[in-house]
Design a protein around this ligand. Structure first.
Ligand code: C2E
Ligand code: MG
Ligand code: MG
Length: 530
């Protein structure tokens, strides 16, 4: 008896419910946990056929396992749907044992999985497109108040083993199941391949896993899921969170990573959210520095002003961080701290005459915040406004040109000068020139570097210079690396030059004249070059 009890203890350690069936498949003994309250196996199962307990599609697989079981062996675990009646089911893992001394009786061990659920016939279910998912997220984030919103990412695993003729049915079922555990039953999106994303209120992702396992058990197909949830309302700025999501999607689409199980969307989003937090912390702590590169009058070699270039700890160059900050709409606070640091530099002893240009991402002109804060920073200081200029970098496109023009006009009226940076590369540079009133353009370094060898670049620069002269705009050649290029730029009529020939960016503005003036060529003499 004692031994029997011990054996029973061992059996229950690995299963919830034990069953013995006779040679005809009828239950002669049942004990252990019930699939739900008020459903005692002992009372309700004894005398019934084992197969009667399950949903129709499970019966077939159970019968096959019973037929295949050899004496003395045990079956592979089978995930089946236990039928609780009235359209309600619960997933159960079942193993069969054939002990020779019990033959022809068989033993079954059952482990209950997930929770009971009502099974509806899967309707054809629409999944949201990625854009719709972003739109829906945006709407929910705007409206949710204190309600939590989670984004669950699901990588369905094992689909590669599904027979092609069963795939459509399985997918319809999966889509239905995923929608049913999403907000309003309509917030799930098929991202690509095996990757899905759904919006959920519930912070616990296990219902999503259960939904997929239920489908797998019901269909009798060995698919699983890797589910990860990210809380979108966890103290972060919701607008930026949405941007992070869009960014992660774009990164994944660009890299084709949505189809690669090892580099998945949720990892990219997690990483983006971490980067977003650390960028904010860096800006708040002002934990970066500026380096200063001279911009000289090409004819005299005298320093005209310095460009302030951000240097971010732990990164090779500022560009990738700045691009990410632009994407995440965090750039205006950064650009403002840059202006603050440049103003401090201009006010420090010995720099009373220094003029400085700071870069301003076009994204910082999408709202009034940057301009207003800049005016506040320099309030009552016309000298600072006269000595500080802005270079509008084109990489982030300006959404509202009219609004940007109004903001720029206010900034220029206060005394600041404004340049368009990297002119010639962005798709909309002429549009900007047409709509925005500025004081000068910086000719993109790519044209300048190619100008000695490439007649096309020279022609472009020459026409650009003529156009700017007509518009009374100053021209600056970027990336002047050699005396030869400097000479060529003088010949082409460019006003100012910046580049390694005159000096690299340094932690302090270098006040002495960086280079002798180049031998000024007559304008027009360049026609004979190269
Ligand atoms: P940019 O405004 O066009 O700045 C000029 C870039 O060219 C700088 O790169 C500079 O170091 C580099 N450069 C200067 N002379 C030469 C040269 O002769 N040859 C070559 N090959 N390169 C030269 P950096 O510092 O890596 O900055 C890259 C970009 O990051 C900047 O391009 C600008 O778009 C952005 N950036 C830098 N600081 C800020 C900032 O404070 N705010 C914003 N919004 N953007 C910034
Ligand atoms: Mg610049
Ligand atoms: Mg530039």
């Amino acid at each position: 008896m004692a031994l029997k009890r011990r054996l029973l203890g061992l059996a229950f350690a690995s299963a919830d419910t034990l069953v013995e069936i006779d040679g005809g498949g009828r239950i002669v003994l049942a004990m252990g946990a019930a699939p739900c309250a008020g459903h005692s196996p002992e009372a309700t199962w004894t005398g019934r056929s084992l197969t009667d307990l399950f949903e129709a599609r499970s019966i077939e697989r159970l019968e096959a396992a019973l037929t295949d079981l050899t004496p003395g062996a045990r079956s592979e675990p089978l995930d089946l749907m236990y039928d609780l009646g009235r359209g309600t089911f619960r997933r159960v893992r079942l193993r069969l044992f054939s002990l020779p001394e019990l033959a022809p009786h068989l033993s079954c061990a059952l482990t209950w999985l997930g929770q009971p659920f009502a099974l509806e016939a899967p309707q054809p279910t629409e999944m949201l497109s990625r854009d719709d998912l972003l739109r829906q997220t945006s709407g929910l984030l705007a409206a949710s108040g204190s309600d939590a919103i989670n984004l669950a990412f699901v990588d369905v695993t094992g689909l590669e083993n599904v027979e092609p003729d069963r795939m459509d049915g399985l997918k319809a079922h999966l889509h239905h199941a995923l929608q049913s555990v999403s907000i309003d039953g309509a917030s799930a999106s098929h991202l690509a391949g095996n990757a899905y994303a759904l919006l959920r209120r519930d912070g616990d992702a296990s219902a999503v896993e259960d939904a997929i396992h239920n489908v797998a058990a019901l269909e009798g197909i060995d698919v699983g899921a890797d589910v990860r949830q990210v809380n979108l309302t966890n103290g972060r700025d919701r607008h930026a969170t949405l941007r992070a999501m869009r960014h992660a999607l774009e990164v994944c689409i660009t890299n084709g990573a949505l189809d690669a199980p090892d580099v998945t969307f949720h990892k990219t989003l997690d990483r983006t959210l971490v980067q977003m937090d650390s960028f904010r912390a860096m800006v708040k702590a002002r934990d970066f520095s500026l380096h200063y590169q001279p911009i000289v009058d090409l004819r005299t070699g005298a320093v005209h002003h310095f460009e302030a270039l951000a240097r971010i700890p732990g990164s090779d160059g500022p560009e990738s961080t700045i691009r990410l900050a632009e994407t995440l709409a965090l750039i205006d606070s950064f650009d403002l701290v840059v202006a603050e640091k440049a103003i401090r530099q201009m006010k420090s002893p010995g720099y009373g005459l220094t003029h400085i240009a700071v870069n301003v991402s076009a994204g910082s002109l999408d709202s009034d915040a940057y301009g207003e804060a800049l005016l506040r920073l320099s309030a009552n200081d016309p000298d600072i406004r006269r000595r500080l200029s802005l270079e509008i970098t084109e990489t982030a496109s300006i959404a509202d040109l009219e609004g940007a023009q109004k903001r720029l006009a206010r900034i220029r009226k206060a005394g600041f000068r404004v340049y368009l940076d990297d002119f010639g590369v962005g798709a909309s540079c002429f549009d900007y020139l047409n709509h925005l009133t500025v004081d000068g353009v910086k000719i993109d370094g790519g044209f300048v570097m190619r100008a000695c060898e490439d007649v096309k670049s020279r022609t472009l620069i020459r026409h650009l210079v003529d156009m700017c002269a007509g518009l009374k705009l100053k021209t600056v050649a970027e990336r002047v690396e050699t005396g030869q290029v400097a000479e060529l730029m003088v010949g082409l009529g460019v006003d100012l030059g910046q580049g390694w020939f005159y000096g690299k960016p340094e932690p302090q503005p270098r006040l002495e004249a960086p280079a002798p003036p180049v031998a000024a060529r007559r304008r027009g003499a360049v026609e004979s070059w190269g």
